[in-house]
Design a protein around this ligand. Structure first.
Ligand SMILES: [Zn+2]
Length: 210
């Protein structure tokens, strides 16, 4: 997928994401960052906090998802887009599915750890078909957005380590056009999605998770 195929607002949010990733580098983190928007409006952002917090679960996407749920006061992020410098890993992909994020846009692919390229978590339909009250349909996914800028951020962090990452194809900038998939009709949220989101908030969250 080429940059021309990304919408201007998506590129702007991704630029913000890459810039944030660079600021994380200044704090000793690798340039992983995530930004969340809702209906075109900025909601929150986070860079990786694994090193700062000494906690491997503090991936940028996880931190941003937590903040978005707090900020929007809901666990259902159906109308939201998550931007990340690298394709979300398996852990983050599962959290993305459970928080019902509608779209995911990333820079580099992650063939070894990715929740899309390595495992099918982001596009798994079994989750949403068996438990639609919890998991919405797979999000729309676009990879390759500003991948050159993301590469530069990684290379700038540590050129030798980046060379090893590229040699082992841990993160790649391959874009053959096959990495845009959508489990949803367009980017809209259908009536069933809304009903299931409501069911989770009113029924599950109230009686099960309370
Ligand atoms: Zn992750």
């Amino acid at each position: 997928m080429t940059i021309q195929e990304f919408d201007t607002p998506d590129i702007a949010f991704m630029e913000r994401c890459v810039s944030l990733a660079r600021s994380g580098v200044a704090r000793g983190e690798y340039p992983f960052a995530a930004v969340i928007s809702r209906r075109g409006q900025f909601v929150c952002e986070a860079h990786n906090r694994v090193r700062c917090d000494g906690d491997v679960t503090r991936h940028a996407e996880m931190v941003a998802l937590s903040e978005a749920q707090r900020t929007l006061n809901t666990t259902s992020l159906d109308d939201c887009t998550l931007y990340s410098t690298v394709e979300p890993c398996a852990m983050c992909a599962y959290a993305i599915r459970e928080s019902r994020v509608g779209r995911v846009i990333s820079g580099l692919r992650s063939p070894v750890m990715g929740g899309y390229s390595r495992w099918d978590i982001l596009v798994d339909r079994g989750l949403s078909s068996r438990l639609p009250e919890v998991f919405s349909n797979p999000p729309e996914i676009q990879l390759g957005c500003l991948h050159e800028e993301v590469r530069e951020a990684f290379r700038g962090r540590h050129p030798l380590i980046w060379r090893a990452i590229e040699a082992r194809k841990i993160f790649t900038a391959e874009t053959d056009g096959a990495h845009s998939r959508s489990g949803r009709a367009g980017s809209g949220i259908n009536l069933k999605d809304r009903a299931m989101s409501w069911a989770r908030t009113v029924i599950l969250d109230r009686f099960w998770r309370a």
